[in-house]
Design a protein around this ligand. Structure first.
Ligand SMILES: [Zn+2]
Length: 357
Protein backbone atom coordinates (compact mmCIF):
# COMPACT_ATOMS: atom_id res chain seq x y z
CA UNK A 1 0.00 0.00 0.00
CA UNK A 2 1.64 3.28 -1.07
CA UNK A 3 2.35 5.77 1.67
CA UNK A 4 2.19 9.55 1.19
CA UNK A 5 4.69 11.44 3.35
CA UNK A 6 2.83 12.68 6.38
CA UNK A 7 3.24 13.21 10.10
CA UNK A 8 1.05 13.84 13.14
CA UNK A 9 0.59 17.36 14.53
CA UNK A 10 -0.86 18.11 17.97
CA UNK A 11 -4.07 20.15 17.72
CA UNK A 12 -3.27 21.91 21.02
CA UNK A 13 0.48 22.66 21.03
CA UNK A 14 1.43 22.01 17.37
CA UNK A 15 4.15 19.49 18.34
CA UNK A 16 4.95 17.21 15.42
CA UNK A 17 5.72 13.50 15.60
CA UNK A 18 6.39 10.83 12.99
CA UNK A 19 3.44 8.99 11.47
CA UNK A 20 2.34 6.26 13.90
CA UNK A 21 -0.68 4.96 15.77
CA UNK A 22 0.06 7.30 18.71
CA UNK A 23 -3.25 8.70 19.98
CA UNK A 24 -2.16 11.67 22.10
CA UNK A 25 0.66 14.21 22.29
CA UNK A 26 3.36 13.25 24.80
CA UNK A 27 3.95 16.95 25.58
CA UNK A 28 0.42 18.10 26.39
CA UNK A 29 -2.01 15.21 25.95
CA UNK A 30 -3.72 16.86 22.95
CA UNK A 31 -5.09 14.87 20.03
CA UNK A 32 -3.43 14.80 16.62
CA UNK A 33 -4.31 15.75 13.08
CA UNK A 34 -2.59 14.40 9.98
CA UNK A 35 -0.25 16.96 8.39
CA UNK A 36 1.60 16.88 5.07
CA UNK A 37 4.93 18.50 4.28
CA UNK A 38 3.69 19.98 0.97
CA UNK A 39 0.47 21.44 -0.32
CA UNK A 40 -1.48 18.80 -2.20
CA UNK A 41 -1.31 18.68 -5.99
CA UNK A 42 -4.25 17.53 -8.07
CA UNK A 43 -6.33 15.20 -5.93
CA UNK A 44 -7.01 15.15 -2.23
CA UNK A 45 -4.06 14.22 -0.09
CA UNK A 46 -4.62 10.94 1.75
CA UNK A 47 -1.89 9.44 3.94
CA UNK A 48 -2.24 5.82 2.82
CA UNK A 49 -4.04 3.83 0.20
CA UNK A 50 -7.24 2.73 1.90
CA UNK A 51 -8.11 -0.95 1.93
CA UNK A 52 -10.50 -1.55 -0.97
CA UNK A 53 -13.73 -3.26 0.00
CA UNK A 54 -15.83 -0.99 -2.21
CA UNK A 55 -16.30 2.02 0.08
CA UNK A 56 -17.16 5.46 -1.25
CA UNK A 57 -18.79 6.42 -4.51
CA UNK A 58 -22.21 6.63 -2.88
CA UNK A 59 -25.18 7.93 -4.89
CA UNK A 60 -26.90 11.27 -4.36
CA UNK A 61 -30.60 11.66 -5.03
CA UNK A 62 -32.92 14.65 -5.09
CA UNK A 63 -35.64 14.25 -2.48
CA UNK A 64 -38.92 15.96 -1.72
CA UNK A 65 -39.17 16.28 2.07
CA UNK A 66 -42.71 17.19 3.18
CA UNK A 67 -41.67 19.61 5.94
CA UNK A 68 -39.02 21.38 3.88
CA UNK A 69 -40.44 22.13 0.43
CA UNK A 70 -38.92 25.62 0.43
CA UNK A 71 -35.42 24.26 0.02
CA UNK A 72 -33.89 21.99 -2.61
CA UNK A 73 -32.95 18.82 -0.76
CA UNK A 74 -30.55 16.09 -1.86
CA UNK A 75 -29.66 12.94 0.07
CA UNK A 76 -26.23 11.28 -0.16
CA UNK A 77 -26.75 7.59 0.55
CA UNK A 78 -23.69 6.99 2.72
CA UNK A 79 -25.24 3.85 4.20
CA UNK A 80 -24.76 2.09 0.85
CA UNK A 81 -21.22 1.02 1.72
CA UNK A 82 -19.72 -2.42 2.46
CA UNK A 83 -20.77 -2.61 6.11
CA UNK A 84 -23.76 -0.31 5.82
CA UNK A 85 -22.46 2.99 7.16
CA UNK A 86 -20.35 6.04 6.31
CA UNK A 87 -17.73 4.73 8.77
CA UNK A 88 -16.26 2.49 6.07
CA UNK A 89 -14.39 5.45 4.58
CA UNK A 90 -12.66 6.03 7.93
CA UNK A 91 -12.16 2.38 8.86
CA UNK A 92 -10.53 1.68 5.48
CA UNK A 93 -7.89 4.32 6.27
CA UNK A 94 -7.43 3.53 9.97
CA UNK A 95 -6.98 -0.20 9.37
CA UNK A 96 -4.51 0.63 6.58
CA UNK A 97 -2.53 2.60 9.19
CA UNK A 98 -2.68 -0.41 11.53
CA UNK A 99 -1.51 -2.67 8.71
CA UNK A 100 1.56 -0.47 8.22
CA UNK A 101 2.35 -0.30 11.93
CA UNK A 102 5.14 -2.47 13.35
CA UNK A 103 2.58 -3.69 15.90
CA UNK A 104 0.71 -5.36 13.04
CA UNK A 105 3.15 -8.24 13.33
CA UNK A 106 0.99 -9.28 16.29
CA UNK A 107 -1.75 -9.86 13.70
CA UNK A 108 -4.47 -8.01 15.60
CA UNK A 109 -5.71 -4.68 16.90
CA UNK A 110 -8.03 -3.45 19.64
CA UNK A 111 -11.06 -1.18 19.24
CA UNK A 112 -13.96 -0.18 21.47
CA UNK A 113 -17.31 0.30 19.75
CA UNK A 114 -20.57 -1.63 19.73
CA UNK A 115 -21.83 0.43 16.83
CA UNK A 116 -21.20 1.04 13.15
CA UNK A 117 -17.52 1.82 13.71
CA UNK A 118 -16.95 -1.52 15.45
CA UNK A 119 -18.66 -3.37 12.61
CA UNK A 120 -16.67 -1.45 10.03
CA UNK A 121 -13.27 -1.86 11.71
CA UNK A 122 -13.95 -5.58 12.21
CA UNK A 123 -14.68 -5.99 8.49
CA UNK A 124 -11.65 -4.01 7.31
CA UNK A 125 -9.53 -5.87 9.85
CA UNK A 126 -10.70 -9.13 8.30
CA UNK A 127 -9.83 -7.75 4.84
CA UNK A 128 -6.32 -6.91 6.07
CA UNK A 129 -6.00 -10.31 7.77
CA UNK A 130 -5.80 -8.57 11.15
CA UNK A 131 -8.00 -9.90 13.93
CA UNK A 132 -10.13 -7.22 15.58
CA UNK A 133 -10.48 -7.44 19.38
CA UNK A 134 -13.64 -5.38 19.86
CA UNK A 135 -14.62 -4.18 23.35
CA UNK A 136 -18.31 -3.45 23.91
CA UNK A 137 -20.57 -2.62 26.88
CA UNK A 138 -21.97 -5.74 28.58
CA UNK A 139 -25.52 -4.77 27.60
CA UNK A 140 -24.72 -4.10 23.92
CA UNK A 141 -27.06 -6.00 21.61
CA UNK A 142 -28.45 -6.09 18.14
CA UNK A 143 -27.45 -6.44 14.54
CA UNK A 144 -24.15 -4.64 14.88
CA UNK A 145 -22.76 -7.24 17.31
CA UNK A 146 -23.89 -10.00 14.94
CA UNK A 147 -22.06 -8.20 12.15
CA UNK A 148 -18.89 -7.78 14.26
CA UNK A 149 -18.82 -11.48 15.14
CA UNK A 150 -19.72 -12.62 11.62
CA UNK A 151 -16.45 -11.38 10.11
CA UNK A 152 -14.41 -13.20 12.74
CA UNK A 153 -13.71 -10.47 15.30
CA UNK A 154 -13.47 -11.30 19.02
CA UNK A 155 -16.07 -9.54 21.16
CA UNK A 156 -15.13 -8.62 24.75
CA UNK A 157 -18.04 -7.59 26.98
CA UNK A 158 -17.23 -5.11 29.73
CA UNK A 159 -19.39 -4.03 32.68
CA UNK A 160 -19.68 -0.28 33.16
CA UNK A 161 -20.01 2.85 31.04
CA UNK A 162 -18.25 3.73 27.78
CA UNK A 163 -15.19 5.01 29.63
CA UNK A 164 -14.85 1.68 31.41
CA UNK A 165 -15.03 -0.09 28.05
CA UNK A 166 -12.36 2.19 26.56
CA UNK A 167 -10.12 1.69 29.63
CA UNK A 168 -10.45 -2.09 29.36
CA UNK A 169 -9.60 -1.95 25.65
CA UNK A 170 -6.54 0.19 26.23
CA UNK A 171 -5.32 -2.03 29.05
CA UNK A 172 -5.77 -5.18 26.96
CA UNK A 173 -3.79 -3.57 24.11
CA UNK A 174 -0.96 -2.50 26.40
CA UNK A 175 -0.70 -5.91 28.07
CA UNK A 176 -0.62 -7.78 24.75
CA UNK A 177 1.52 -5.23 22.91
CA UNK A 178 -0.98 -4.80 20.09
CA UNK A 179 -2.23 -1.50 18.63
CA UNK A 180 -5.25 0.26 20.15
CA UNK A 181 -6.87 2.06 17.24
CA UNK A 182 -9.55 4.19 19.01
CA UNK A 183 -11.30 5.58 15.93
CA UNK A 184 -12.50 8.60 17.93
CA UNK A 185 -9.00 9.67 18.89
CA UNK A 186 -6.89 8.50 15.95
CA UNK A 187 -6.60 11.16 13.20
CA UNK A 188 -6.51 8.51 10.46
CA UNK A 189 -10.23 7.77 10.79
CA UNK A 190 -11.58 11.22 9.90
CA UNK A 191 -8.82 11.59 7.29
CA UNK A 192 -10.38 8.68 5.39
CA UNK A 193 -13.73 10.46 5.43
CA UNK A 194 -12.32 13.38 3.40
CA UNK A 195 -13.18 11.44 0.25
CA UNK A 196 -16.86 12.21 0.87
CA UNK A 197 -16.12 15.94 0.48
CA UNK A 198 -14.53 15.33 -2.91
CA UNK A 199 -17.56 13.35 -4.11
CA UNK A 200 -19.92 16.07 -2.89
CA UNK A 201 -17.90 18.74 -4.72
CA UNK A 202 -17.89 16.70 -7.93
CA UNK A 203 -21.64 16.27 -7.76
CA UNK A 204 -22.22 20.03 -7.34
CA UNK A 205 -21.47 21.94 -4.17
CA UNK A 206 -24.56 22.50 -1.94
CA UNK A 207 -25.09 25.68 0.08
CA UNK A 208 -25.31 23.69 3.31
CA UNK A 209 -24.73 20.15 4.57
CA UNK A 210 -26.91 19.08 7.50
CA UNK A 211 -25.46 16.08 9.30
CA UNK A 212 -25.78 14.03 12.50
CA UNK A 213 -22.90 14.61 14.92
CA UNK A 214 -21.72 12.42 17.81
CA UNK A 215 -17.95 12.00 17.90
CA UNK A 216 -17.80 14.18 14.81
CA UNK A 217 -15.70 12.14 12.38
CA UNK A 218 -18.02 12.99 9.47
CA UNK A 219 -18.05 16.69 10.34
CA UNK A 220 -14.27 16.84 10.80
CA UNK A 221 -13.57 14.74 7.71
CA UNK A 222 -15.83 16.87 5.49
CA UNK A 223 -14.34 20.08 6.84
CA UNK A 224 -10.78 18.91 6.21
CA UNK A 225 -11.74 17.68 2.75
CA UNK A 226 -13.35 20.98 1.75
CA UNK A 227 -10.41 22.95 3.20
CA UNK A 228 -8.06 21.00 0.96
CA UNK A 229 -10.29 21.38 -2.09
CA UNK A 230 -10.24 25.16 -1.46
CA UNK A 231 -6.43 25.08 -1.31
CA UNK A 232 -6.39 23.16 -4.57
CA UNK A 233 -8.67 25.72 -6.19
CA UNK A 234 -11.19 23.03 -7.01
CA UNK A 235 -13.97 24.78 -5.07
CA UNK A 236 -14.45 28.50 -4.42
CA UNK A 237 -16.35 28.33 -1.17
CA UNK A 238 -16.98 25.99 1.74
CA UNK A 239 -20.56 24.68 2.20
CA UNK A 240 -22.01 25.62 5.59
CA UNK A 241 -21.71 22.60 7.88
CA UNK A 242 -24.70 22.27 10.22
CA UNK A 243 -24.45 19.78 13.09
CA UNK A 244 -27.56 18.05 14.39
CA UNK A 245 -27.90 16.27 17.73
CA UNK A 246 -30.76 14.87 19.75
CA UNK A 247 -31.96 17.09 22.60
CA UNK A 248 -31.26 14.05 24.78
CA UNK A 249 -27.48 14.16 24.21
CA UNK A 250 -26.28 17.48 22.83
CA UNK A 251 -22.84 18.59 24.05
CA UNK A 252 -21.91 20.13 20.69
CA UNK A 253 -25.10 22.19 20.51
CA UNK A 254 -24.75 23.28 24.15
CA UNK A 255 -21.15 24.39 23.67
CA UNK A 256 -21.98 26.11 20.36
CA UNK A 257 -24.81 28.02 22.04
CA UNK A 258 -22.64 28.69 25.11
CA UNK A 259 -25.11 26.89 27.33
CA UNK A 260 -24.27 24.43 30.06
CA UNK A 261 -24.60 20.78 29.14
CA UNK A 262 -27.68 18.89 30.27
CA UNK A 263 -27.50 15.43 31.83
CA UNK A 264 -27.71 12.92 28.93
CA UNK A 265 -31.04 11.10 28.47
CA UNK A 266 -31.82 7.93 26.47
CA UNK A 267 -32.16 8.51 22.73
CA UNK A 268 -33.23 6.48 19.70
CA UNK A 269 -30.38 8.18 17.83
CA UNK A 270 -27.80 5.89 19.41
CA UNK A 271 -25.18 6.63 16.76
CA UNK A 272 -24.79 10.18 18.09
CA UNK A 273 -25.32 9.50 21.81
CA UNK A 274 -21.88 10.78 22.82
CA UNK A 275 -21.81 12.89 25.97
CA UNK A 276 -18.10 13.78 25.96
CA UNK A 277 -16.71 13.77 22.40
CA UNK A 278 -12.88 13.92 22.52
CA UNK A 279 -12.67 16.14 19.42
CA UNK A 280 -15.22 18.73 20.55
CA UNK A 281 -12.92 21.72 19.96
CA UNK A 282 -12.13 20.55 16.44
CA UNK A 283 -15.84 20.13 15.71
CA UNK A 284 -16.62 23.65 16.90
CA UNK A 285 -13.81 25.01 14.71
CA UNK A 286 -15.32 23.22 11.69
CA UNK A 287 -18.72 24.79 12.39
CA UNK A 288 -17.18 28.23 12.90
CA UNK A 289 -14.93 28.17 9.85
CA UNK A 290 -17.72 26.98 7.57
CA UNK A 291 -20.12 29.63 8.89
CA UNK A 292 -22.28 26.74 10.07
CA UNK A 293 -24.49 26.08 13.07
CA UNK A 294 -25.55 23.41 15.57
CA UNK A 295 -29.13 22.50 16.47
CA UNK A 296 -30.79 19.94 18.71
CA UNK A 297 -34.01 18.14 17.78
CA UNK A 298 -36.60 16.51 20.09
CA UNK A 299 -36.82 12.71 20.25
CA UNK A 300 -40.37 12.69 18.90
CA UNK A 301 -39.27 14.68 15.83
CA UNK A 302 -36.51 12.14 15.13
CA UNK A 303 -38.99 9.27 15.48
CA UNK A 304 -41.45 11.00 13.17
CA UNK A 305 -38.79 11.80 10.53
CA UNK A 306 -37.56 8.21 10.78
CA UNK A 307 -41.05 6.92 10.03
CA UNK A 308 -41.44 9.35 7.11
CA UNK A 309 -38.16 8.39 5.44
CA UNK A 310 -38.86 4.68 5.90
CA UNK A 311 -42.31 5.04 4.43
CA UNK A 312 -40.72 6.69 1.42
CA UNK A 313 -38.73 3.49 0.90
CA UNK A 314 -35.38 4.37 2.46
CA UNK A 315 -34.52 2.13 5.41
CA UNK A 316 -31.93 3.91 7.53
CA UNK A 317 -31.25 3.87 11.27
CA UNK A 318 -32.91 6.49 13.54
CA UNK A 319 -29.66 8.50 13.81
CA UNK A 320 -29.87 9.21 10.08
CA UNK A 321 -33.31 10.78 10.53
CA UNK A 322 -32.06 13.44 12.98
CA UNK A 323 -30.90 15.90 10.27
CA UNK A 324 -34.19 15.45 8.39
CA UNK A 325 -36.05 16.24 11.62
CA UNK A 326 -33.94 19.39 11.90
CA UNK A 327 -34.88 20.79 8.47
CA UNK A 328 -38.11 22.58 9.54
CA UNK A 329 -36.28 24.04 12.55
CA UNK A 330 -33.44 25.30 10.35
CA UNK A 331 -35.92 26.92 7.93
CA UNK A 332 -37.90 28.43 10.80
CA UNK A 333 -34.75 29.90 12.34
CA UNK A 334 -33.50 31.21 8.98
CA UNK A 335 -30.36 29.05 9.14
CA UNK A 336 -31.26 27.71 5.71
CA UNK A 337 -33.33 29.88 3.40
CA UNK A 338 -35.68 29.63 0.44
CA UNK A 339 -34.37 27.72 -2.58
CA UNK A 340 -31.04 26.89 -0.99
CA UNK A 341 -29.48 23.58 -2.01
CA UNK A 342 -29.16 21.42 1.12
CA UNK A 343 -27.44 18.05 1.31
CA UNK A 344 -28.17 15.46 4.02
CA UNK A 345 -25.88 12.42 4.21
CA UNK A 346 -27.82 9.33 5.31
CA UNK A 347 -25.20 7.70 7.50
CA UNK A 348 -26.35 4.24 8.61
CA UNK A 349 -28.45 1.35 7.30
CA UNK A 350 -31.64 0.36 9.13
CA UNK A 351 -30.95 -3.34 8.61
CA UNK A 352 -28.79 -3.73 11.73
CA UNK A 353 -30.89 -1.55 14.05
CA UNK A 354 -33.33 -3.09 16.51
CA UNK A 355 -36.62 -4.08 14.84
CA UNK A 356 -39.27 -1.37 14.44
CA UNK A 357 -42.21 -1.96 16.79
ZN1 LIG B 1 0.55 18.81 22.34
Amino acid sequence: MPVVRHYLRCLDCSSEVAASLELACADCGGLFEIAYPRLPEGGLRLPLTALPLGQGGTPTIDFDWPDARRIRLALKLEFLQPTGSFKDRGAAMLVAAAWHDPGASAGSFVEDSSGNAGASLAAYGAAAQLRAEVFVPADAAGGKLTQIAAVGANIHRVDGDRDAVADAAEQFATERGIPYLSHNRSPYFSEGIKSAAEEIAEHGLPDAIVLPVGNGSLLIGLHRGFQELLQLGRIERMPRLIAVQSESVSPVVATWAERSMQQPQPTIADGIAVARPPRLAQMLAALQESNGAAVAVPERAIASAHQTIRERGIYVEPTSAAPLAALPILIEQGIVTQDEQVLVPLTGSGLKSPPIR
